[in-house]
Design a protein around this ligand. Structure first.
Ligand code: CA
Length: 228
């Protein structure tokens, strides 16, 4: 599953179309016809992104977006606003409320999915875009640069992502399938032994600095990162 998206839209036909599109692309989704229903869903389980219709009965999408932004529990949930043609002038206002993006109806499936991907990618980056340092091994997610005691290490993007995932999820064992999902992403067809190949390379890269010991093999289960 790529993530869970909450659709807030009063028109059943559009809701259905959105749900179908998301499901086909591998997202989970929930539906709300108004802000009240949306609130109930969010209180139960926070979505990874909200598709929010501009014109809703009762509380409007714009007001709701503002409300979500003002609360600490919901202010980090990305929002894409759905607007109709006549509402385009109000787009500036929408962005003012802090929504991440907007899309004008009618839109193509491809455009919608591209916007969703972009917004999700951005929000993940914002959460993880900080320098990480463990015993002199430093990762900069912004530049994909790794340094070992100040010396820049030559590392491929895949190995960077692998190392970044490990370092941000220490002391837990991950199977090859889990690592594929987390690092390569779902809907990507890669064989599980690819993980072994990249782990081997990553260890070789880290070995000259003695950091290869961080990446541990857990027999018949998978791998674990540990600096203990
Ligand atoms: Ca509407």
């Amino acid at each position: 599953m790529k993530g869970k998206i909450l659709i807030v839209e009063d028109e059943a036909a559009i809701r259905e179309m959105l749900g179908y599109t998301l499901m086909k692309d591998g997202y989970a989704f929930e539906e709300a016809a108004d802000v009240e229903q949306a609130q109930e869903i969010i209180a139960g389980n926070k979505p990874d992104l909200i598709l929010l219709d501009w014109m809703l009965p009762g509380v409007s999408g714009v007001d709701y977006a503002r409300r979500l932004r003002n609360r600490s529990e919901t202010k980090h949930i990305p929002i894409i606003m759905l607007t109709a043609k006549g509402e385009e002038l109000d787009k500036v206002r929408a962005l003012d409320t802090g929504v991440d993006d907007y899309i004008t109806k009618p839109f193509s499936t491809r455009e919608l999915l591209a916007r969703i991907r972009a917004v999700l990618r951005r929000s993940i980056r914002e959460e993880t875009d900080t320098l990480i340092e463990i015993q002199g091994l430093m990762l900069d997610p912004d530049t994909y640069r790794v340094t070992a005691r100040g010396e820049v290490i030559d590392i491929s993007p895949t190995e960077f992502r692998l190392l970044h995932f490990f370092i941000t999820h220490p002391e837990r064992v991950y199977s090859r399938a889990q690592l594929l999902d987390q690092v390569w992403g779902q809907n990507v067809y890669v064989e599980e032994r690819t993980v072994d190949v990249h782990i081997r390379r990553l260890r070789q890269t880290l070995a000259s600095y003695g950091y290869d010991k961080f990446i541990q093999t857990v027999r018949s289960v998978g791998y674990r990162f540990s600096d203990k």
